[in-house]
Design a protein around this ligand. Sequence first.
Ligand code: GRF
Length: 200
Amino acid sequence: MLISGRGSNMRALIDACAMPDFPARIALVLSNRPDAPGLEVARSAGLRTEVVDHRPFRGDRVAHERAIDAALRDAGAELVCLAGYMRLLTPFLTGAWAGRMLNIHPSLLPAFPGLHTHERALAAGVKLHGCTVHLVTEVMDEGPILGQAAVPVHAGDTPGQLAARVLEQEHVLYPAALRRHLTRDAAAETEPAAGPLLFL
Ligand code: GRF
């Protein structure tokens, strides 16, 4: 799992993976920021953590990603969850983990890719907002959608209020989408793909 910050989605995945019937275990929590608060959360949960600080790589993003890729493989990772990982990825890492890298984004994609999604949703006057779990491709915040959760936008919402409403759903959606992605992969040969997860 890759993080950069507080790690609340990571926490939701840690809790899910602690359930005996959940089809995944966390091999590694890796942060590009040594001061990411999520690292302490992961350590307290007894998980292996690593920091691959991007700064010594001085803008050589592929070299930074090679170090990340090596750490992931060394830990035996088979799938990567981006959970608030705030670096743009190059085709090196997205290609190396194609079909095996998931991201959660705080909007109903394809609306509002990128940053400041809650401010932009309010400015656009949308009545529904939410979050998306998708497979990662070369293009930021694109890729096959595995699940979405929608929340209402209330009159007078501040970006912070809306963000909190969405975040609560992120914590439900990410483990659910991951679980289904993993179990669907196992059954892919024999069962038709189900529709996307949707919470409202
Ligand atoms: C979440 O809103 C997630 O959707 C986005 O970055 C934020 C990370 O929050 N990609 P947290 O670190 O999981 O609390």
